[in-house]
Design a protein around this ligand. Structure first.
Ligand SMILES: [Zn+2]
Length: 450
């Protein structure tokens, strides 16, 4: 293993150069641009580590899979994605989002933390074994999709056709890294998601706002509808919204009791003095791990330029995301949302489109979780902070019946995924590669039931 580790350190520059290459491809899923280019880049690099590679056509973006069959007992899986979030607003970036730059030990670029940096670090960990003629004691599978940032709409189609490929003894999910206290974190679950676009159109055309005395207002209709969804205490008012909510299990509560969410540091990080509704202590933890949300992600209508324009807009639009926890289902919540709007007289507010998936978790007491912790111990010298679920979402539900997944990665608390100035700490990237290499090495001898 020493050879593998020193190879990774000796070739850090080369691996960063390769990472920069893929960061320059602006594969923004929401825009559907440069997707084939990014998929082919990963296909080429999986082939370079001797994997049997397939570029699966779907009705959406292609899914890239790689399989390294070493005839081993155990199989390790990686789930990654080659798509990224839109980089706008560009003017908030200190360097252009698709021109990777290094400053103060950090590598900046859209997608470096979410999740191209992770994907490339994993490829290099495998490459290190091969280039030093070190045996890889496990079989390895990669699934790299291109629609993670838009809700993985066609991944179910891929999974249906390739369910055998999903079988593995353990898997590493796409993201993770160091928490605000500098300790490495693992995320065992992902909340579900319902994303809707609400639209109201009340006039055939924008009107002179003097006519607001006699004409209906689309933005007001939308604002009233939105305010009917949540009260000022944050309680979501959609009828039946909380009906299927399940509390955390006793085992999960035990895990959470040991967690420190570093309330003061987190408040400082966001420039606030307290959390929403004064949440603190156990209540804050309960909300972080098990509260569903109703969030306005975007709002648009009328004049948004500088100065004034006295206009009565014909249309208004809002984008909402709901994070769903165990036992909640996006279709059910969408129906409840529709019924709520109708019951409150907002039949003119349409759900123009929607998307989503259910939540999923790997059980906290699964042996693979402690195995990943052991590998982390060897490299970082401390135990992982185990989060029973992330407050974010991902298509883990498609994998959960096939392979236990643990999410660890090369990001950190200040990685600003989805935001301007996304970056990773190069030191975390280096040690993240070590951790994957150690995990591969240890997995050959891992006894799941020991
Ligand atoms: Zn993301």
């Amino acid at each position: 293993m020493e050879k593998v580790i020193s190879y990774l350190d000796g070739n850090l520059e080369q691996s960063l150069d390769e990472l920069k290459e893929i960061l320059r491809i602006p594969s923004v899923a929401a825009k559907g641009e440069h997707m084939d280019e990014a998929a082919e880049w990963f296909a080429k690099h999986l082939e370079a580590i001797k994997m049997e590679v397939t570029l699966h056509k779907t009705s959406g973006q292609p899914v890239v899979t790689g399989y390294l069959d070493n005839g081993a007992d155990k199989t390790l899986m990686f789930y990654d994605h080659y798509d990224v979030q839109p980089a706008e607003p560009f003017d908030l970036w200190d360097s252009p989002p698709f021109e990777p730059a290094i400053r103060d030990g950090r590598l900046y670029g859209r997608g470096v933390a979410d999740n191209k940096g992770d994907a490339v670090s994993r490829i290099w960990a495998i490459k290190a074994f091969q280039d030093t003629s070190t045996d890889i004691p496990v079989n390895i599978k990669f699934i790299i999709e291109g629609e993670e940032e838009v809700g993985s709409p066609t991944l179910p189609e891929f999974v249906k056709k390739n369910s055998d490929f999903l079988k593995a003894d353990g898997g590493i999910w796409e993201f993770g890294g160091a928490g605000i206290d500098g300790r490495q974190e693992a995320w065992l679950g992902l909340k579900g998601l319902l994303y809707v676009q609400l639209e109201v159109e009340r006039l055939q055309m924008d009107a002179h706002s003097g006519y607001a005395c006699i004409l209906p207002s689309a933005p007001y209709r939308l604002v009233w509808a939105l305010s009917s969804l949540k009260d000022v205490n944050g309680r979501i008012l959609i009828d039946g919204f909380y009906d299927d909510l399940k509390g955390l299990t006793e085992t999960e509560k035990d895990v959470i009791a040991k967690i420190d969410l570093h309330e003061d540091m987190t408040c400082d990080h966001y420039g606030i003095t307290q959390f929403v509704n004064g949440l603190a202590g156990d209540g804050l933890k309960e909300a972080f791990y098990n509260a569903p949300t109703c969030n306005i992600a975007g709002l648009g209508s009328g004049w948004q330029g500088t100065g004034s324009k006295t206009v009565l807009p014909a249309k208004a639009m809002a984008k909402l995301d709901f994070r769903l926890v165990e036992n909640m289902h996006p279709e059910d919540i969408r129906e409840k949302l529709r019924a709520h709007l109708d019951r409150h007289g907002f039949t003119d507010v349409t759900i123009a489109w929607h998307d989503g998936y259910p939540p999923a978790k790997t059980p906290t007491d699964h042996p693979f979780v402690s195995f990943v912790n052991d590998a982390n111990q060897k490299v970082f010298g401390h135990n992982l902070t185990i989060h029973v679920t992330s407050p974010g979402s991902g298509p883990l539900y498609l994998f959960k019946d096939h392979v236990p997944m643990v999410s660890i990665g090369v990001g950190d608390y200040d990685s600003r995924a989805h935001s301007p100035n996304e970056s990773i700490l190069i030191e975390n990237y280096r040690l993240g590669m070590h951790r994957i290499a150690v995990l591969i090495d240890m997995m050959g001898a891992w006894q799941a039931d020991a």
